[in-house]
Design a protein around this ligand. Structure first.
Ligand SMILES: [Zn+2]
Length: 388
């Protein structure tokens, strides 16, 4: 049975459910990749249910379709990946480009930006973004997020495995645009592109998030089947993993993933992952494979992730409670950037064992290498989101 329809003709505004009651804004972005229509179908299903049952929502659900042209064509994209080019510099360049040199995706992105800005400008409460995706590989659904404490709390509430560090790995994804605005944003990988279960998984995550944000009256929705759906789909994947490697590719690489990898598939150090024109590609670490590329288009061959030990999560909560970030300057090999109080500079030769984990936990984001030092920048949340 062909489960998920491709070649969707949709408008940018997939729908809104808003009864004028104060509350959070849940902004859903679906189909930023045009070969991923499952998210579009899921949010349309949830909107239809809300509207038919006239469920009294607090705040509003706003759903936008991503790449309209690519959705209609059933392709990931037409000229460029619409989930790239969301950094500050890329957006300045986007607005500076004339019509003549603009790609179809440039037009899509400008329209999306206008509507996102409009939705954010009229939001009074907290704002949470769900960006719905699907994958060419089989495996459990999962969430990718910019690693702020807000995002982590929200993500864990869905019961779907979390992947940390993705925004440090992919330059210019839309998650970055939201993270820069202090907005909680989670990308949801729902499952395989063409499977009906992927639509069910996305819909289940939407219902869980509406409940988590207390946007619907308690008891108005029976969450049990949705939780069970996600628990079964999870198939025992680790609850939290952290990306340790992105294998970037170009068409000239003639990259071919080895068959049989699913998301979260374990791989040993030295395990064969793929081939390209230079030969075999083996895993430099023991971990889990994510997003193995089994389609023609894309610039990520695969990602490798490792399980985050619960120790770090407990330490995070403990340090936050103690306002541990005030003590950062006392750590060996660590100092605040004199030019920017939200950036710290770390000498990895001295501050070895705790570097990435501890600064993530304290709300810092790995920025880049500055000479011999690593620079981490603090992620500030939108004040309204602190109550979530
Ligand atoms: Zn996608």
């Amino acid at each position: 049975m062909p489960d998920v329809r491709t070649g969707l003709q949709v408008r940018r505004e997939l729908g809104t459910w808003d009864l004028g009651r104060p509350g959070p804004t849940l902004l859903v972005l679906a189909g930023i990749h045009g070969n991923e229509p499952a998210g579009v179908q899921a949010v349309l299903r949830v909107l239809a249910h809300l509207q038919q049952q006239e469920l009294p929502i607090a705040g509003r659900l706003v759903a936008l379709a991503g790449n309209l042209g690519a959705l209609a064509a059933g392709k990931r994209f037409l000229a460029r990946d619409l989930n790239r080019g969301w950094s500050q510099e890329a957006i300045e360049a986007l607005w500076a480009r004339g019509d003549a040199e603009s790609t179809p995706e440039d037009h899509e992105q400008r329209d999306l930006l206008r509507r996102l800005e409009a939705a954010l400008a009229t939001a009074s409460g907290p704002v949470v973004v769900l960006d719905l995706h699907s994958s060419s590989a089989a495996g459990p659904p999962f969430l990718c997020l910019a690693d702020t404490i807000d995002n982590r709390r929200l993500g864990l509430a869905t019961g779907v495995p979390l992947i940390l560090g993705i925004e440090e790995t992919i330059d210019g994804a839309s998650l970055e645009w939201f993270a820069q605005r202090g907005i909680a944003a989670l990308a949801v990988e729902g499952g395989r592109h063409e499977e009906a279960a992927t639509v069910d998984n996305h819909a289940a995550v939407l219902w869980c998030m509406l409940a988590r944000l207390r946007m619907l009256p308690v008891g108005s929705i029976d969450l049990a089947p949705y939780r069970e759906q996600l628990r079964q789909a999870g198939g025992g994947a680790p609850p939290i993993v952290e990306i340790v490697l992105r294998h970037a590719i170009t068409p000239e690489d003639r990259f071919r993933m080895e068959p049989g990898f699913v998301n979260f598939a374990p791989v040993e150090r030295g395990g064969l992952l793929a081939h390209d024109r230079r030969g075999a590609i083996r895993s430099p670490v023991r971990g889990h494979v994510l997003l193995p590329l089994y389609q023609a288009l894309g610039d990520d061959g695969f990602f490798l992730a490792r399980s985050v030990r619960p120790f770090w999560l407990h330490l995070a909560r403990w340090l936050r409670r103690l306002r541990g970030d005030a003590l950062i300057g006392l750590l060996p090999g660590v100092r605040t950037d004199p030019a920017d109080r939200d950036t710290i500079l770390v000498d990895p030769r001295i501050a070895r064992w705790f570097v990435t984990e501890v600064f993530h936990l304290l709300g810092f984001r790995k920025e880049r290498r500055r000479g011999a030092r690593l620079a981490f920048t603090r992620r500030r949340s939108r004040p309204e989101n602190a109550r979530l």
